[in-house]
Design a protein around this ligand. Structure first.
Ligand code: SF4
Length: 256
């Protein structure tokens, strides 16, 4: 695959940034702590699903102390519509306790410290550093991993390799927004099953060898609605949700 030139990379970001001038996370939050909680909850869940549950949770607890006072059972009850909610409730209580014990109840602006928190790995730390503290970090989730590899802008076998590739090629002026532009491009245009190549703003720069043809895209969109024959009285099944762009590392166990 031919590598992107500097000019091509700049043009790639110029077009993505033009389509979304204000890059921002779709997760709802109030402060760095609620952002951290929302990102932890978003592991293997959609932002929409997380945003449905968090207003009630954050209305009752938007600080580590508030979360501890609420307790694991009540947190689990409030987030039960989100996958892995029991593990996530345990992690949220454990990380709240660590924030109080080790960081004065605040979210640290430090990758290593963030990664010691239960349920928080590199990706979640990158999202928090970027969104809460304005750092130019690029959190590689499933969407960015796909976009980096498909387009050829930063191919890599692992999320870390793609992250490092993006770090190396992304011009400084686009680094802070890159995470959001790439995620949203992957979520809404360069979709996993059938990318919308005919309407893609960077199609001429993209190196993907199996771009979707216009007729295929129309058929795929129609199929998403009518793939299942409608039976009298039976509702259409919704397409499966996309994983969250800002997903945390929900499988990471809480300390005992
Ligand atoms: S042309 Fe297709 S594969 Fe390439 S970035 Fe656009 S949507 Fe993705």
């Amino acid at each position: 695959m031919r590598r992107f030139s500097k000019r091509e990379v700049a043009e790639f970001y110029r077009r993505l940034s033009a389509s979304r001038p204000i890059p921002q996370t779709e997760l709802e939050f109030i402060n760095p702590f609620t952002l951290l909680v929302a990102v932890v909850l978003s592991a293997q869940a959609t932002d929409i699903g997380v945003n449905r549950a968090t207003p009630a949770l954050f209305a009752l607890a938007d600080t580590p102390g508030g979360m501890l006072a609420l307790g694991e059972e009540r947190v689990a009850e409030l987030i039960r519509t989100i996958g892995l909610y029991r593990t996530k409730a345990r992690n949220i209580i454990a990380l709240s306790r660590m924030l109080i014990d080790q960081h004065g109840g605040t979210v640290p602006r430090d990758r290593e410290a963030l990664e010691t928190l239960p349920g928080v790995g590199r990706k979640t730390a990158n999202v928090v550093l970027n969104v809460a503290f304005g750092e130019p970090t690029i959190a590689v989730d499933t969407h960015i991993f796909r976009v980096g590899n498909r387009t050829g802008i930063a191919p890599g076998k692992t999320p870390l390799a793609v992250e490092q590739g993006l770090e190396a090629v992304t011009p400084a002026q686009y680094k802070h927004g890159a995470h959001h532009w790439l995620i949203l491009h992957g979520r809404y245009v360069c979709k996993a099953r059938k990318p919308d190549c005919p309407v893609c703003a960077v199609a001429d720069l993209c190196r993907y060898g199996a771009k979707t043809a216009p007729a295929e895209m129309i058929a795929a969109r129609a199929g998403a609605v009518t793939a299942e024959p409608l039976v009298e009285g039976k509702k259409r099944r919704k397409p499966p949700p996309q994983p969250s762009p800002a997903g945390g590392e929900g499988g990471k166990p809480a300390p005992k």
